[in-house]
Design a protein around this ligand. Structure first.
Ligand code: ATP
Ligand code: MG
Length: 358
């Protein structure tokens, strides 16, 4: 392959946020929502046929808004035969989102190049979930490899040995133990209590405490992203919600904390399992290198909570948050994409189609 005509990209196609990083220096992220105007009036008002990310969320009243991923994978990709039309719709919507990401990375420039991509998937995504990602890439990307998301975070940060990466996303929490090799199934755990789960619990708790308040899941998600805290000594947190049209400050201190705490038990179980089944000679080092990634890692007090747990059950532990949780997965996927030897890509060549000229 002629080097100058290859564009390498790393993609983190997330339940909540889709991120791309490319070796032309461009990186971009867009919330994983796609909207289509509902009628002629909305089309005229919006002046476009498809809306992405925040734009789609903002115009959700005049658009049909889709979120193509759920629990870390493309919707219906586990059972596409049971719901062929739902799956087909997901594929079409996801493909649009992928095209948009690639447009952002190439800045819409009509160039004739070959795009090689590494896409992150949940640690224990099945073959059908991975195949769905390959299906949406058809005609958009020329060469595709799928890797586990926490692996790409570890690779990008050069944390290849005696490290446990915990990627806390919207649909899944993925734990991956690195021991200087490609991680296997035994090194990885996926749990499904992640950011979306917190939002749903928070929703139910608010509903129970303030039955007269009006709100949407999206409003609570936004509040969580600004105020998520797990520590006990938090200042009082007030959320302003309309009650019969009048904005009212509601105390949600306990509710936000309780909701955020719901994801902790499965993470601690995962840490315990991956530490206790590791080679005993290297367990100490592993316990000192627990890395939190993903948007959910920003819950204030989470790393301290996990350290407290590790102190009680495993003797000790050191948990650190990465500084760039939004881009870490895509950056790592890009590095892996660039490092993959030419022969490995050649394996994929026979199935690939040429990137269409625009
Ligand atoms: N400051 C914050 N505090 C707490 N949670 C946050 C914060 N910022 C973002 N989140 C949550 O992090 C999640 C998104 O993280 P991320 O972008 O890593 O997920 P994703 O990659 O889209 O999902 P997945 O990996 O499960 O497919 C959402 O649930 C979001 O609400
Ligand atoms: Mg993710």
């Amino acid at each position: 392959m002629e080097e100058s005509r290859i564009l390498n990209v790393g993609i983190d196609f997330g339940t909540s946020m889709s991120v791309i990083a490319s070796d032309n220096g461009v990186r971009a992220c867009v919330p994983s929502y796609v909207g289509f105007p509902k009628d002629m009036i909305s089309r005229k008002m919006l002046g476009k046929e498809v809306l992405y990310g925040d734009d789609a969320i903002r115009h959700r009243l005049s658009c049909n808004v889709y979120r193509p991923l759920e629990l870390g994978v493309l919707k219906h990709s586990d059972n596409s035969k049971d719901n062929p039309s739902g799956y087909q719709q997901t594929i079409e919507v996801a493909k649009k989102l992928l095209e948009h990401l690639v447009d952002l990375a190439t800045q819409g420039r009509p160039e004739d190049f070959i795009i090689r991509a590494v896409i992150g998937a949940p640690a224990l995504a099945g073959e059908s979930n991975k195949q769905a990602l390959i299906d949406i890439s058809d005609g958009v990307l020329d060469f595709v490899q799928i890797v586990s998301e926490p692996f790409s975070v570890a690779y990008g940060m050069n944390l290849l040995n005696n490290t446990l990466v915990i990627d806390i996303g919207a649909g899944t929490v993925d734990l991956c133990r690195m021991q200087g090799l490609f991680p296997t199934k035994e090194d990885q755990i996926t749990t499904y209590k992640a950011g979306d789960y917190i939002d749903n619990v928070f929703f139910d708790l608010i509903e129970a405490k303030y039955p007269d308040a009006n709100y949407t899941l999206n409003m609570l998600k936004q509040f969580k992203e600004e105020h998520a805290i797990i520590s006990n000594n938090a200042e009082k947190l007030y959320l302003s919600l309309p009650i019969q049209g009048k904005p009212t400050a509601l105390d949600v201190t306990d509710e936000i904390r309780q909701a955020c705490r719901t994801i902790v038990p499965e993470i601690t179980e995962g840490i315990k399992y991956l530490v206790s089944t590791y080679d005993p000679e290297f367990q100490s080092e592993l316990k000192e290198n627990i890395i939190l990634a993903g948007g959910g890692s920003q819950v204030v007090g989470l790393s301290e909570e996990l350290e407290k747990y590790m102190l009680e059950t495993l003797g000790y532990g050191s948990v650190k948050r990465i500084t760039d949780p939004v881009y870490a997965g895509a950056n790592g996927a890009l590095m892996y994409c660039k490092d993959l030897p030419e022969e490995e890509w050649a394996e994929f060549k026979k199935n690939a189609k040429k990137h269409p000229k625009k």
